[in-house]
Every structure is written in C-alpha cells, then in structure tokens.
Design a protein around this ligand. Structure first.
Ligand SMILES: C[S@@+](CC[C@H](N)C(=O)[O-])C[C@H]1O[C@@H](n2cnc3c(N)ncnc32)[C@H](O)[C@@H]1O
Length: 285
C-alpha cells in the first residue's frame, strides 16, 4: 500500500545533524574547485523560472541561499535586484566573489540565517535543500527573513529515475559496488523530489499559495565520462560513496556509467535529462 508523503517522511530524524552538517561543509570546501566545471552549465538553467516564481524584479531585495559560485545571484542582479548571496563554504564564497565582484556575498548557514526578520522581498535556493542536515529549519529561517507578502522559491533534483545522471551512478553503485559505506547519516537525498512532500513541508513552515512543478533541464556534455567525473568530484554525498569503493568496483562503476551515458549521444554530444522540481510559496502579510 502506498503511504502518503506525510507518513513517509515525518518520522525521519537525522541521528546526528551536527555530524552530517560538518560532513557536507568539508565536502563543499573540497568540491568547490570542481563544481563550476561539473555543474556550471546545468544548475543555472533554472534561473529564469526560479526568479519568476520568487517574484524577482528591479529593486527587490533578494537573498540567494546556498549560492555556490553565485549563478542565481548573478541572474537576480542582471534583473536589477539588490541581491546577497550566502553560502557556508568559504571556498565557494571566494569563487563567487571572484566571478561576480559587484555582488555582495557572505558566509553563513542556511539553517541559521545571519539576517534580521522581514529583511528580504524574495529568498531563493537553487539545489541547496537536499544538502541540508535540517531542511525544515532552513525553510523556517527563509520564512523569518522574508517580509510579509515575500516569496520563497527553491529547486531540488527530480527522482533518480528521471534525473538520469544521478540514476546511472546510483544504479551502478548498487549493482557493482557497495552503497552502504559508513558516512554521517543525512536526510533522504530525494525527499523533496516528491512533489507532495515538498508542498506539505512548505505549508508546514507557514507558506501559502504553494506551487510545485517539475521542469526539464538538459546536461550537455562533451564526453561520456563527464557524468561520472562531475558527480565524483563536484558533489559531496555520492562523491563520498564513490571514494569509499574498492579500486576494482570503482572502475566497474565508471565503465557502467559511461556505457549508460552513450545512449544519450546526439550529433557528437551527450544530452542527459536532469529534470528539477521547482517549488515556491508566499509568506502571509
Ligand atoms: C549544489 S550547490 C548549488 C550552488 C548554486 N546554488 C547553483 O545553483 O549552482 C549546493 C551549495 O549549497 C551550499 N550549502 C550546503 N549546505 C549549506 C548550508 N547549511 N548553509 C549554506 N550553504 C550550504 C554548498 O556549499 C554549495 O555551495
């Protein structure tokens, strides 16, 4: 029997959120050098719909949480918004400042935002939620710093059956390696890929007029090893699972992912479907 979203996720408790938070933070410091090469043409594809959903327009005060190298903050600034990008990785913030010197970036935690209440017209977070030890707390924090009537918009990856890059790597680990390596336990990576769960959690955090939809994104890659390389260097959780494999298993996983990617070759490039789930909500006036 299919359980509903609330029943499936409510009992979930991260046993040691501090350990998971520290694991993610050190992972992002490490991944920052590779992130732009790995995901730099993919994650910014959501910018237009994400900023539209958050009502970002000229003069609006906007917070981009988990900004990474700052692609969404840059897109908001290009719309004439007054934007701040925030990330807990010092290396990511350094990279964002280097790429976008005219934009304000600061180090800080999505789960404890360093801003007064009611200080932003819009808060956005592009592919940040699925890395958090306490995503519900981050939603409550976004709600606190928004003014009444302000909009919150955020994205996560669609489930691995649809976001093919992740699906290929996870299936290969399952089949050819060991998926149960000892890592700090975090919330389920694909929890918010479930549209009903995304909606429920936003409403629980106090948002109204919640909208959730799936949008298609395409990862355009020059070589068939690019998916494996991106996920093993430019990410954190799956990268750590891959690093824990034996050399033989890792070779087999890489070969399997490469073979899977070959199916998506079109006119000399690889076009990998990587849909995202976009959700948004309003803080009541
Ligand atoms: C997948 S990247 C997304 C970067 C960017 N938003 C984009 O669209 O490409 C996730 C980012 O979230 C940041 N992050 C993860 N947990 C965080 C937290 N608790 N507080 C602030 N930033 C966090 C990481 O440092 C990383 O830069």
């Amino acid at each position: 029997m299919r359980r509903d979203a609330a029943e499936r996720y409510t009992p979930f408790v991260t046993l040691d959120p501090e350990a998971f938070h520290a694991f993610e933070q050190s992972g992002w410091e490490r991944a920052s050098a590779y992130y732009e090469d790995a995901f730099g043409t993919l994650t910014p594809q959501t910018a237009g719909p994400l900023l539209d959903a958050a009502g970002v327009s000229p003069g609006r005060r906007v917070l981009d949480v988990a900004t990474g190298p700052g692609p969404i903050a840059a897109a908001a600034a290009a719309r004439g918004a007054d934007v701040v990008g925030l990330d807990f990785s010092a290396a990511m913030i350094a990279e964002a400042r280097r790429r976008h010197p005219a934009i304000a970036f600061r180090e800080g935690d999505a789960e404890a935002l360093p801003f007064d209440g009611s200080s932003f017209d819009a808060v956005v977070m592009n592919f940040g939620l699925l890395h958090l030890a306490r995503p519900d707390t981050a939603m409550a924090e976004a709600h606190r710093v928004l003014r009444g009537g302000g909009r919150y918009a955020l994205t996560v990856w669609a489930p691995p059956e649809e976001a093919v890059g992740f699906g290929l790597v996870l299936a290969a680990v399952q089949e050819l390696g060991n998926p149960d390596v000892p890592l700090p336990e975090g919330p389920p990576f694909f929890r918010f890929s479930d549209e009903a769960e995304f909606r429920r959690t936003l409403e629980h955090a106090g948002f109204s007029e919640v909208q959730v939809r799936t949008m298609s994104l395409t990862w355009r890659l020059p070589v068939s090893d690019a998916v494996f390389d991106a996920i093993s260097r430019g990410g954190v959780r799956t990268a750590a699972v891959l690093r824990a494999q034996t050399p033989a298993a890792l070779d087999a996983i890489r070969a399997s992912v490469r073979q899977g990617v070959e199916r998506y070759k079109k006119e000399g490039v690889y076009l990998i479907p990587m849909p995202a789930v976009l959700a948004s909500g309003t803080k009541a006036r």
